[in-house]
Design a protein around this ligand. Structure first.
Ligand SMILES: Cc1cc2nc3c(=O)[nH]c(=O)nc-3n(C[C@H](O)[C@H](O)[C@H](O)COP(=O)(O)O)c2cc1C
Length: 206
């Protein structure tokens, strides 16, 4: 097993989770072969059936963890409906996991506009052309939609589609897990009763 130099010495020190998350994401950015910000997002539908898929984390701070998507997609509808979600990062090369759960809010229009403007032109067209999570009769229908929106927005800025924006998960729990020999892993959970509350730190059996 590869021994990993911990970013911040003993990661079980510290009284809030965000600086530790930042340190681990930085390590992952240096070590992962691609997409260190890839994260699984779990939602639940109106019947209580869970759902999970990967997204890319596009921002985090004390308010929570942000990603962008189509609000008419399966996940969009589930998040708008239940307003609760969970995430898990797994950085294989570091043998680390971070999981979190909490309430969901929609980012502000200004925040979404700012991020949308940084996306490549093709991705901005794609946000218009894809009816994400709905049946597609064939690849040609998607290419036709891309061609149509490319023509429509040939000149000038491409506006952000009204159905495309970001969700922020406001965590009430963040758990850090780091592989240790003989499966005697280190696990530390930061938890709080509400997204506005103070963090409590709990060390757990692996
Ligand atoms: C590494 C990776 C990153 C992804 N990032 C996003 C993302 O940031 N936003 C998004 O809407 N879909 C992203 N996807 C696609 C989703 O996993 C999913 O297929 C799509 O959003 C439809 O999910 P839904 O039907 O549950 O809404 C990503 C997929 C992978 C494998």
């Amino acid at each position: 097993m590869t021994e990993v130099e911990l970013t911040s010495g003993d990661f079980t020190e510290g009284n809030e989770p965000f600086s530790l998350f930042g340190a681990w994401l930085k390590d992952a950015t240096a070590s992962e072969i691609n997409d260190p910000n890839a994260v699984a997002v779990a939602t639940v539908d109106e019947n209580g059936l869970p759902n999970v898929r990967m997204v890319l984390l596009k921002g985090y701070d004390e308010r929570g963890f942000v990603f962008y998507t189509n609000f008419e997609s399966q996940k969009g509808r589930e998040l708008l409906g239940q307003q609760k979600a969970a995430m898990v990062f797994h950085w294989k090369s570091l043998r680390r996991q971070v999981r979190l759960r909490g309430e969901v809010e929609v980012v502000t229009d200004a925040e979404a506009d700012e991020y949308y403007a940084t996306r490549p032109r093709g991705s901005r067209i794609g946000a218009w052309a894809s009816k994400q999570s709905r049946p597609l009769e064939g690849r040609f229908a998607l290419e036709k939609a891309v061609a149509e929106y490319t023509a429509r927005y040939a000149i000038g800025e491409i506006p952000r589609p009204p159905h495309w924006s970001g969700f922020r998960i406001r965590p009430v729990s963040i758990e850090f897990w780091h592989d240790r020999p003989f499966r005697l892993h280190d696990r530390v959970e930061f938890r709080r009763d509400t997204p506005e509350g103070d963090w409590q730190k709990v060390r757990m059996y692996p």
